[in-house]
Design a binder for this molecule. Sequence first.
Ligand SMILES: NC(=O)c1ccc[n+]([C@@H]2O[C@H](COP(=O)([O-])OP(=O)(O)OC[C@H]3O[C@@H](n4cnc5c(N)ncnc54)[C@H](OP(=O)(O)O)[C@@H]3O)[C@@H](O)[C@H]2O)c1
Length: 250
Amino acid sequence: MSNPFDLTAKSILVTGASSGIGKQSAITLSQQGAIVTITGRNEENLNQTFTALSGSGHQKIVADLTNETELAALIANAAAFDGIVLAAGIVKVLPFRFINKAEMKSIYETNYEAPILLTQGLLKAKKINKKASILFISSISGVKVGLVANSMYSGTKAALSGITKTLALEMAPQQIRVNTLAPGMVRTEMVTGGVSDAVSKEALSEDEKLYPLGYGNPEDIASTVSFLMSDAARWITGTDIIIDGGYSCK
Ligand SMILES: NC(=O)c1ccc[n+]([C@@H]2O[C@H](COP(=O)([O-])OP(=O)(O)OC[C@H]3O[C@@H](n4cnc5c(N)ncnc54)[C@H](OP(=O)(O)O)[C@@H]3O)[C@@H](O)[C@H]2O)c1
């Protein structure tokens, strides 16, 4: 009997694969049999992910997704995919009255424009196969809850949620599914580095108490990514999947 969760021979692109959620997703997908193409900016970190992959046939491409030339090269050099996981992203914690155009532009280009243009470029180049799964890693922030000093980030993630619904409708005739996965706080460089620049350790530990199951780990997200890439999720499209250890259920 065939296993609908099996990813054997599925070709999957993972962005943000040099760190955190993208890195673990690439590793887990390869453990489930997928052939992955990983991309990120930091070559050394990307190499570490590459070494940790199971199986063979994988590919790595160093690229800054906000750089038009590098984005075009990534699309040109890529194979056709049965799934894409768009995990690359940045955070900027700033109270609303201190936000400015330059910061907004930078976070918008990385978190919204880049994954959308990459997806569009692959579709135009006919590099997304029928029955593929497109997955934007968004966040509960903006999609499900508001978080203080997170307005710019929240806006980009809510925008992904918006475009997902239209794209899901446009792709449905080809049985291509489009979803967002919206995590709560996950222990990655984004939290231990980016967020902790602005939020004290004590505040983070108080925040974790609001999570019935505590903060998540990249593995917790990667197993859901793996499910959403598989044929077991073939009737899930156009939706935000919240994964937050119960944070938003109160
Ligand atoms: N951690 C959380 O609590 C949390 C919660 C909700 C949602 N998310 C979302 O989950 C995704 C992954 O976050 P994470 O926690 O794994 O963060 P992370 O550990 O900081 O990793 C971010 C990844 O994005 C890549 N990236 C950033 N800017 C890029 C660019 N211009 N071009 C190409 N790659 C770029 C980084 O590549 P390099 O390091 O190579 O530059 C890195 O691989 C993000 O979209 C984030 O918003 C995270």
